[in-house]
Structure formats: structure tokens, C-alpha cells
Design a protein around this ligand. Structure first.
Ligand SMILES: C[S@@+](CC[C@H](N)C(=O)[O-])C[C@H]1O[C@@H](n2cnc3c(N)ncnc32)[C@H](O)[C@@H]1O
Length: 203
């Protein structure tokens, strides 16, 4: 991408749609991505590690789940497929990404269950059973921390969050910061330089 961040609200980069194919949870996915959206040419390797190492919801799980910083929606689409009656909020500041999520939600037969919205459009009363995120580290520490504080405070008391962060982008310092904030944090797995963190309320 040229000089533009993947987290622009309205990317100016040419849209040029393309198909991203990957397998997760024993299924094949074929989703549409586009220029101006994070990792539009392949499933991001960090997201792939997250979907491999964190326990995907059971088929009975109802959610609601949050895909925080959803991009074109690979995590939301996998969650909605493995839990076929669950509600998933797919949240991003990039409106082009949200249009792609709507398209991809239709492709996986989850139009009514994946709500692709900007952060302010999530109804205040919604409390999440699970939060999943490959968070936007490049926005900077202050914004990242604000974003995590905002959404982790909406985790159900018995809920869990699953985050993936590259080690060289500060996974261990984020782990430490989350623990300082009073969360119970553990490393669920580690692969190809990525850490998968489980975050839950402290007992
Ligand atoms: C690392 S990308 C992950 C995208 C997608 N989940 C994936 O795995 O391909 C992080 C995403 O967070 C979004 N983002 C940036 N700031 C945000 C914010 N304040 N609230 C929600 N999403 C944000 C970016 O636009 C970007 O799509």
C-alpha cells in the first residue's frame, strides 16, 4: 500500500477486489478482499496462527462474539461458520473493509448474523462472550491500549478474549500491560513469531 494506512476510514487506494482462499477449522474459505484493506492478498500469517491455536467456539455457542479490527472479515466468517447460530459483531474503522465483510458474510450464509459496523454502531448493551482480534499494533501504543480497554471492558464476566500479536511488534509487552490492567493473561500458543494470548477476567 502506498503511503496509506490499512486503518484509513476511507481508503483512497484503488479498490481492486481479489479472492483470498484459506482453510480453517477443516473448511475451505474463499473470501473477497481489496486494496486499502489489511492483508488483502493472503490470509495474514498472524490471523492463521490465531485460528489454528485458539479454541474455536463450539457449534452450539450463541455468542455474541466480537471480531475486533475485522478487516475483510476472515475471523468473523470462521466464527460464524463454526458456530452456525452465533451472532458476530465485526468491527472496523475502515468502511471499505466493512463492505467486504458484508459481501463475505453473504458468501458464508451468515448475512443476518454478522454485523459489520464501525465501533460506535455496536449497541451499548451488547456484552461479548468472546472477543477475537489480530489488533492494529501500528496505530501506536496509546490508541491500541485505548481500544483494548474499551472493548475488553465489554467482555462477559465468564468470557474470553483471544489475541494474536507478533513477538517483534511487542506481544510480550502487551501481555505485561494487560496483566497490569488486572486481566488474567496467559500465552495459549506461539508459532512463526506470533503469540496467541488468552485474556479473561481475574478470578
Ligand atoms: C491487523 S489488522 C487485522 C484485520 C483482520 N482481522 C485480519 O485478520 O485480516 C487490524 C484491523 O484493525 C482495524 N482498526 C484500526 N483501528 C481500529 C479501531 N480503533 N477500532 C477497530 N478497528 C480498528 C484496521 O483498520 C485493521 O483492519
Amino acid at each position: 500500500m502506498t503511503g496509506e494506512h490499512y486503518y484509513s476510514a476511507r481508503p483512497a487506494t484503488e479498490e481492486r477486489r481479489r479472492t483470498v482462499r484459506f482453510s480453517a477449522a477443516g473448511r475451505e474459505f474463499s473470501l473477497v478482499a481489496a486494496g486499502g484493506v489489511f492483508s488483502a492478498d493472503r490470509l495474514d500469517p498472524g490471523t492463521a496462527v490465531l485460528l489454528r491455536k485458539a479454541p474455536l467456539p463450539s457449534a452450539q455457542a450463541r455468542g455474541p462474539f466480537l471480531d475486533l479490527g475485522c478487516g475483510y472479515g476472515p475471523i468473523a466468517c470462521v466464527l460464524a461458520t463454526t458456530a452456525p447460530t452465533a451472532t458476530v459483531y465485526a468491527v472496523d474503522v475502515n468502511t471499505r473493509a466493512l463492505e467486504l465483510v458484508r459481501h463475505n458474510a453473504a458468501a458464508v450464509g451468515a448475512t443476518d448474523r454478522i454485523h459489520a459496523v464501525t465501533p460506535d454502531k455496536v449497541p451499548d448493551e451488547v456484552v461479548f462472550q468472546q472477543i477475537w482480534s489480530n489488533p492494529p499494533i501500528r496505530v501506536g501504543k496509546a490508541d491500541l491500549h485505548d481500544m483494548l480497554r474499551r472493548w475488553l471492558s465489554r467482555l462477559a464476566p465468564d468470557g474470553e478474549a483471544w489475541l494474536v500479536v507478533a513477538r517483534h511488534l511487542g506481544a510480550d509487552s502487551l501481555h505485561g500491560w494487560l496483566a497490569e490492567q488486572g486481566w488474567s493473561v496467559s500465552r495459549q500458543g506461539s508459532q512463526k513469531g506470533y503469540r496467541v494470548l488468552r485474556v479473561a477476567a481475574s478470578a
